[in-house]
Design a protein around this ligand. Structure first.
Ligand code: NCD
Ligand code: ZN
Length: 348
């Protein structure tokens, strides 16, 4: 049998949580092994709000990199109602901050400092539109009377669309989309709008969270939706459409933080993400579109060149990867796709 291989430009991850301290040290090597660049989420405690904080966090990431790793963190600033437009613009001009991240207050892990009153952030958004700096959006409303499975759809109607109308030139990434509604919205409003899709939302639907018992390692935000939505995501990701690209949302939490009465949201997929994606694209008979999703569409949206380096994926016996990794903050469970993975990254 001929060995099946696929060589693509080195991927980037357009939505990644690296944390800080011992957790950063534990998880960073897995992203750096496969990805050239990543958009780094700013939801530390306290959050990364100013350009100076982003520069300091970037230095801590660079210091934690394994020797010889060619990995560039692209920093984001956490948008608050106090964010100073001049600081954002200066951080962008200096190459410190690539994007700004909008969390509706209370939407997800460490989002207490997020935005409640959108009027208060208009001056920042207007400045970003002027300088061409993208806004990365966690697209869920937080109203307790809105069903958790409807929060993304309601966010589009109630928040995202009005913001985009008010600040017409703003470049927006709707992050970790989980619904057919979001896919349709992005396809229908192509002006300066794109979306990231995670690895796990291409693989699990909401049943996985409750299969034979409660499965905390499949709990993340936005929560996985029903199967028809997962199919819509696979269709978008494998279409080659420039508006959809990979943002793993790999979000490590130590197991004890997930396995408790009120467990944290987040799925850690950095170690096996590329194997999972190759499996998904192979099953859809769209391996030829993997490179667009992982390595071309993201840089094009962000106005960056695609990576010159290449990675080769090789199909063979099931890939062996750890069920969990050890970090200085405790063990972190790795995303289990629920099926064997046959594609491995050559040399990694
Ligand atoms: C993220 C985290 O743990 O920081 N969790 C998650 O479920 N995705 C926060 C986020 O991106 O929503
Ligand atoms: Zn995230």
């Amino acid at each position: 049998m001929t060995r099946q291989t696929l060589t693509i430009r080195r991927p980037d991850d357009w939505h990644l949580h690296l944390r800080d301290g011992a957790m950063l040290n534990g998880v960073l090597p897995y992203s750096a092994a496969h990805f050239a660049r990543a958009i780094i989420m700013p939801n530390l405690v306290p959050p990364v709000v100013t350009g100076a904080q982003a520069a300091a966090y970037r230095d801590r990431i660079l210091a934690a990199l394994p020797d010889g790793a060619g990995f560039t963190p692209l920093m984001t600033l956490y948008l608050t109602e106090e964010t100073d437009p001049d600081d954002v613009a200066a951080a962008h001009a200096a190459g410190i901050a690539t994007a700004v991240k909008l969390y509706p207050a209370g939407a997800t892990t460490n989002s207490a400092s997020g935005v409640r009153d959108f009027d208060k952030v208009m001056p920042v958004l207007e400045r970003m539109a002027e300088i061409g700096m993208p806004l990365c959006v966690h697209g869920e409303v937080v109203d307790s009377d809105i069903d958790i499975f409807d929060r993304e759809k309601v966010f589009i109607d109630k928040v995202l669309h009005p913001i985009r109308k008010r600040v017409d030139d703003l470049r927006v990434v709707m992050e970790h989309v989980t619904t057919q509604d979001a896919v349709d919205y992005v396809r229908d409003h192509h002006k300066r709008l794109a979306a990231t899709i995670t690895t796990h939302h291409l693989i699990i639907n909401r049943n996985a969270i409750l299969a034979g018992g409660i499965r905390p390692h499949y709990y993340c935000l936005p929560v996985a939706k029903r199967e028809s939505h997962r199919i819509a995501l696979v269709d978008a990701a494998t279409s080659g459409d420039w508006r959809f690209f990979l943002g793993t949302d790999s979000a490590p939490h130590a197991d004890p933080a997930k396995l408790q009465d009120c467990g944290c949201a987040g799925i850690f997929s950095a170690p096996n993400t590329l194997s999972c994606l190759a499996e998904v694209f192979d099953a859809a008979d769209r391996l030829d579109r993997l490179e667009a999703f992982t390595s071309l569409n993201g840089p094009a949206f962000y106005g960056l060149p695609p990576n010159e380096a290449r990675v080769t994926l090789v199909k063979g016996d099931p890939v062996v990867y750890p069920a969990r990794i050890e970090t200085g903050e405790g063990p972190v469970t790795v995303f289990d796709p629920g099926f064997p993975l046959h594609w491995r990254v050559d040399g990694a």
